[in-house]
Ligand binder design. Sequence first.
Ligand code: SF4
Ligand code: SF4
Length: 311
Amino acid sequence: MENKKSKARIFNLQKYNTYDGPGVRTIVFFKGCKMRCKWCSNPEGVESKYAVMYMQNMCKHCGNCVPVCPVGIHVMDNGTHKVMRNIDCLGCRNCQNVCLQTAIAIFGENKSIPDMLAQISKDRIFYDLSGGGVTLSGGEVSLQETAATALLSACKQEGINTAIETCGYGELSSLLSLAQFTDLFLYDIKLMDSQKHFLYTGVNNEVILENFKELMGRKYPICVRVPLIKGINDCTDNISKMVDFLLPFKRQENFKGVNLLPYHKMSVSKYAALGRVYELKDGDYSMTEQRLLEIEQILNSNGLNASIIRH
Ligand code: SF4
Ligand code: SF4
């Protein structure tokens, strides 16, 4: 019988990415995360369970999806299609397959390591030419420690460069397991004030900062990633606390600088399609170019090797 843990539950396998690690990369998005950042751009990935995305504006209310759902998630109410969000999806994809309007997309599939490795290996030539490889992202990859470690190990055996993108909120033992086969950590640090961190992400930041110190101390290569959201974490107080936290590491060979990731609204429409509320819908959270450059300059004047990553 196949070991369930040898499969990963992922929600996307994205090719030709040039933002999340060096060179051209394949990104494998693992499902599930314990944090609930209000600006999350992958809301379809935060729950471990399957996510039903329903694009109401594309639906013709034909009712094709209703009889094929074994658990009754799709219903017709006076000629209007509705999604019952209180029922867990089984991931069978019957509804997605019968919808001629492509109004339904199911997120989440269980993939074996050889399956993923085969897909990743197809772009070998691009990795070799660009210095790229594979990045495991999410969600939070460390929540699926066994499968993720197996995939990283398999990639390393094939000579493929590996990176993981982590929110740092997980068991240190899981991160260390992944670290054995990881060439680069892309490690999120969002807010230095723990109460504010809790307010905007749903968890305190002590575990994240401690895990960061542990990984740095063990000499694993780490690039810090800071999503910048106007009015939430771009203030001088947060930036100077971040500088203070990072300064002791700046001369370590395994400190690989800071990526600044300006807030964007590209994923807002996903929230409504998932039946969720986008809490940052009111207000302007986009960074001005001037403030972005100022923050980059503050970090660089402290020798922290910062750069802005623009999508
Ligand atoms: S994937 Fe299957 S269980 Fe999930 S909503 Fe569609 S038909 Fe129902
Ligand atoms: S099959 Fe597609 S178009 Fe028809 S009711 Fe379902 S979601 Fe709407």
